[in-house]
Design a protein around this ligand. Structure first.
Ligand SMILES: *[C@@H]1O[C@H](CO)[C@@H](O)[C@H](O)[C@H]1NC(C)=O
Ligand SMILES: *[C@@H]1O[C@H](CO)[C@@H](O)[C@H](O)[C@H]1NC(C)=O
Ligand SMILES: *[C@@H]1O[C@H](CO)[C@@H](O)[C@H](O)[C@H]1NC(C)=O
Ligand SMILES: *[C@@H]1O[C@H](CO)[C@@H](O)[C@H](O)[C@H]1NC(C)=O
Length: 922
């Protein structure tokens, strides 16, 4: 239903645009357009009333009406887009003589207007038909439910913590015991354990937990997701890559083409004499297991394999079935309360969790009963409850809507709970979530690309001026996370969310809703030739050559989004079959093998074009015709230049190219660009001038010839929206430049990454805690850095990653640094380079630091230690430390001194209670 509503909103907005000055040729039909607009407004009002009712509670007549309305609004939107393209196309056409032009466009205007008038008549009669059908059956109004306001922000912070802690500990200890057979490692035998349990029970979480805990005991390890329709070739490559990413990188597979059998042999050979640990998550089919098992040899040094599956039979056949039990009642309470009330109340009496709000105790118990000990159900429920007022009545409402009395199976209860949370969301979020059904199960969906697709589809509407579409999209994304609808994937060092996944159970739900609403058509194993449906969105996930596309030309014509995954590319219809595409994503499909992009320039509606990793070497020159294009992604190809017509794409907001892809002159006309990555500034300085015109830029990556950094600063000073700047340096690394000193970054900068040897001569004054509130990632080289500067950086409250290089020639740094209590409160990753004196960590410094990486000068250390008794860096004060690398610069020092220092440092690390991984090189 949100589909109908969403599309209607977008149609109404577009009708508004048609009424503006820009569309003069339509002047004669403006009355008609206004009529349509108000008609649709009132339909939307009526729809609003029914839209908050889950479909299983909807009247059948309402359902039909909604379906009609949905299809109608799709069609109207397609008509409007067609007018827009026609009118615009006319404007941008080549200009012959002036007289000719006036004459021609007059005729054309008359024609367009005539067509529009005809179409509107058609639409009007369809609207009337839909209305009449509804009236004829005297439809009730659906039960309106209150919509939900904002989300409790505390939820977010609790997310990973709560989920990982509650209940996992016990199962994980038990599983490790089973895995190790009670014996002490090393043991010279293999062991396979298959975790089994239904969806949402936390099999993957458990497997991940165990994996992280014991992976250090093995020579090599891999964690891969198998899922329902695995591509074994890719799966084997992924395993090899994880086992040894140095050996099995892209170039390995590039040089040695291996088929499935070849990969199996490679794996057997590689693993033959290694102690290995492999997790195969989400196994469905025993025949798949048998294939994979061939690649994982028995050996005489010992190996461990964990699989997870929902199917008991599969688990038994794999062997070592380990039935994952639901959470204990007490753990259920704990999980629910932490997620709703935070850690504020740690009340428990005799180990029994107590509800922080006594009034809600009883209803909580009832709700938990429904959740059946399934963590996913509890977490989802908690998100829903957190968004309600904390009172008994509202909570009982929730409880009652799960359904009562019926002998539901666990699975049905679970589904009810998920769908309840789904319907508790406002419709703009539902539509965005449904779009995720375009992606296969377990797929890692890149956040930014997803948001650009939402924008291209028109799901993101500008609520208020001043906030960009992307920022709104990002807030939707975050809200889906806060509501536990999608699972974020964090970057380990920066804690930034760069992609997401959808839980299998949720995926099942949205796929079935999508299909009911004819929102997305997933073509998994060939085409359903009997389908008379009109495809609106197409996801091609898996296909076989012999499953060739039937001549279903009409069904593709209305497709708005098409995402094709490599294993289905062989069944992708030719582009001429499509007409109205807004989103086309062919990422990683090999286009060079005979697929033609020839018709591309006729897909006038295209807003998102994803051609990343498609092996293309050029774009058609006519790409400039795609006037509405917003996102163009051609990374990972062999493309050395963009066509000159690219500068006509003035609606472009996001352009991803490789650093060797040259852009034509005139790029300064793309004034809507917000993301530009990676721009090559090594050949011509003129491009810097043009860059200064792109005032909307938020994300900018450049490859810079080092001599031009001064010139670049003039341009950067104009770009006041920059949030993320990456400068890669090209040029003579012997010379050094302090070209960026004059730059003052805008204050919402969150990521700055400037490669050595582009120096700041001193730490810029603007890098301080009162100015840069959002800075998370900082990687810079500063020639002259003093203790006081390091303290300034230490007060940047959001900083999670810091990479600093200083100039070893500068004596000031040789005295070393002291990092005092309270500094760098959020830092997780710290790298300090430049052969400096030692750093000393005092108690309470860098409380979250996990990865430490620095180099220092043995000579300088000598000077300090010769009057004291040994070197005390205070590593023991870094309470979260996991990984240490220290490089000693030994120039001018004796071999004994170096060895002594290495031994001292090694000792300091080895007595650290966390037993961090370490590497100390002299
Ligand atoms: C893969 O092979 C192609 C052509 O043979 C080459 O241009 C490319 O650089 C190779 N990629 C890698 C990562 O080695
Ligand atoms: C989700 O929670 C985070 C963390 O507290 C908060 O900052 C953010 O505003 C919330 N997002 C939405 C969209 O509600
Ligand atoms: C922090 O930076 C801002 C912006 O450059 C500057 O105006 C302010 O004086 C600085 N504050 C300190 C304490 O240096
Ligand atoms: C922690 O730092 C204090 C100084 O603040 C120092 O005296 C102590 O030795 C350090 N502790 C460890 C375990 O390194």
């Amino acid at each position: 239903m949100e589909i109908a509503k969403g599309t209607l909103s977008s149609v109404i907005t577009k009708l508004g645009v048609l009424l503006t000055e820009e569309y003069k040729p339509l002047r004669g039909v403006k009355g008609e357009i206004r009529f349509l607009q108000s008609e649709l407004e009132s339909m939307k009002g009526a729809l609003e009333k029914v839209s908050n009712t889950p479909p299983d509670q909807l009247d059948i007549q309402d359902k039909i009406w909604v379906r009609d309305l949905r299809e109608l609004s799709y069609d109207i939107e397609d008509y409007i887009d067609t007018f827009m393209v026609r009118v615009k196309g006319d404007k941008s056409a080549k200009r012959p003589s002036f007289k000719n032009l006036v004459h021609k466009s007059l005729i054309k205007n008359v024609r367009i207007r005539h067509r529009l008038a005809t179409d509107i008549r058609g639409i009007k009669s369809r609207i009337a038909e839909v209305q009449e059908r509804r009236l004829r059956y005297d439809v009730n109004n659906g039960v309106a439910k209150p919509t939900i306001a904002t989300v409790d922000p505390r939820l977010f912070a609790q997310y990973t913590e709560a989920k990982e802690l509650v209940g996992i500990g016990h199962s994980s200890d038990e599983l490790i015991k089973v895995l190790m057979d009670g014996n002490r490692f090393p043991l010279q035998q293999g062991k396979i354990v298959s975790i089994v349990g239904f969806g949402g029970l936390g099999k993957t979480t458990l497997a991940k937990h165990v994996y992280e805990k014991i992976r250090g005991l093995f020579d090599c390890c891999a964690f891969v997701s198998v899922s329902q329709t695995p591509d074994l070739h890719k799966l084997f490559m992924a395993i090899l890559y994880q086992l040894d990413w140095n050996k099995y990188d892209d170039s390995f597979f590039n040089e040695t083409f291996l088929d499935e059998q070849g990969l199996i042999n490679e794996l057997r050979e590689f693993l033959g004499h290694k102690r290995y640990f492999v997790v195969l998550d989400d196994l469905w089919d025993i025949s798949v297991w048998k294939m994979i098992r061939c690649a994982l040899p028995d050996n005489d040094v010992g190996y461990k394999i964990i699989t997870t599956t929902r199917i008991l039979d599969v688990a038994h056949q794999v062997g070592g079935a380990y039935k994952l039990k639901p959470l204990s009642h007490n753990d259920c309470r704990k999980l629910l309360y932490i997620r709703i009330f935070g850690n504020e109340n740690k009340d428990n009496i005799d180990g029994i969790e107590k509800c922080p709000d006594e009034d809600l105790a009883e209803v909580s118990e009832r709700i938990l009963q429904k959740c059946g000990g399934v963590p996913l159900a509890i977490v989802t429920m908690a998100s829903l409850l957190a968004s309600k007022a904390r009172n008994k009545i509202d909570w009982y409402d929730v409880y009652n809507s799960i359904g009562t009395g019926l002998q539901n199976s666990d699975l049905e209860d679970m589904r009810k709970i998920l769908s309840l949370s789904y319907y508790a969301m406002p419709s703009h979020l539902r539509i965005c979530l449904l779009y995720l059904s375009m992606f296969p199960e377990d797929y890692k969906i890149e956040k930014d690309c997803l948001i650009w697709m939402w924008i291209a589809e028109g799901f993101i509407q500008c609520e208020n001026q001043g906030k960009s579409l992307f920022a709104i999209g990002e807030s939707y994304f975050n809200e889906l996370i806060n509501r536990s609808m999608i699972q974020p994937i964090y970057d380990e060092c920066t804690g930034l969310i760069y992609s997401c996944q959808v839980h299998d159970m949720m995926h099942d739900l949205i796929c079935s809703l999508s299909s009911e609403e004819n929102f997305v058509s997933i073509l998994n194993t060939g085409y359903d030739t009997s389908a008379s449906k009109i495809f609106r969105r197409l996801s091609l996930q898996y296909g076989k050559d012999d499953n060739a596309m039937p001549q279903h030309t009409t069904s593709m014509q209305r497709v708005r989004s098409a995402i094709v995954f490599p294993s289905a590319f062989c069944v992708m219809p030719v582009l001429t079959k499509f007409n109205l595409l807004r989103v086309l994503n062919l990422q990683d499909c090999d286009i060079s093998r005979g697929y033609s992009l020839e018709y591309l320039e006729n897909l006038f509606y295209l807003r998102y074009l994803g051609l990343c990793g498609t092996h293309i070497s050029q774009l058609p020159e006519e790409i400039g015709n795609l006037e509405f294009l917003q996102t163009l992604d051609v990374r990972g190809n062999n493309m050395f230049s963009l066509p000159s017509t690219i500068v006509q794409l003035t609606n472009l907001m996001c352009l991803y190219i490789d650093e060797f892809t040259r852009v034509p002159n005139g790029i300064g006309s793309l004034t809507n660009l917000e993301v530009l990555s990676t721009l090559d500034i090594t050949v011509s300085m003129d491009i810097i001038e043009e860059l200064g015109q792109l005032m909307e830029l938020r994300v900018l990556h450049i490859l810079l010839f080092i001599g031009w950094s001064g010139k670049l600063v003039e341009c950067l000073c104009k770009l006041q929206n920059i949030e993320y700047l990456y400068i890669k340096i090209f040029g003579d690394h012997q010379s050094d430049f302090c070209g960026l000193d004059a730059w003052v970054a805008p204050r919402h900068l969150y990521r700055l990454d400037i490669e050595w040897p582009c120096w700041f001569s001193t730490l810029p004054a603007w890098m301080n805690q009162s100015y840069l509130l959002d800075l998370v990632y900082l990687s810079i080289a500063v020639r002259d850095l003093g203790q006081i500067n390091l303290e300034t950086l230490g007060r940047l409250g959001s900083l999670r990653l810091l990479q600093l290089s200083v100039d070893p020639k500068n004596l000031g740094t040789l005295g070393g640094f002291i990092i005092g209590a309270g500094l760098f409160p959020c830092l997780v990753f710290f790298q300090f380079g430049g052969s400096i004196g030692p750093i000393v960590f005092q108690q309470g410094a860098m409380p979250r630091l996990e990865i430490l990486n620095f180099e220092f000068c043995v000579q300088a250390a000598r000077q300090i230690t010769c009057n004291g008794d040994g070197l005390e860096l205070g590593l023991g004060n870094l309470s979260s430390l996991k990984d240490v690398k220290i490089y000693l610069r030994s120039r001018g020092a004796s071999k004994e001194d170096v060895n002594e220092l290495v031994a001292a440092l090694r000792h300091a690390v080895e007595i650290h209670p966390n037993l961090p991984k370490h590497q100390i090189c002299g």
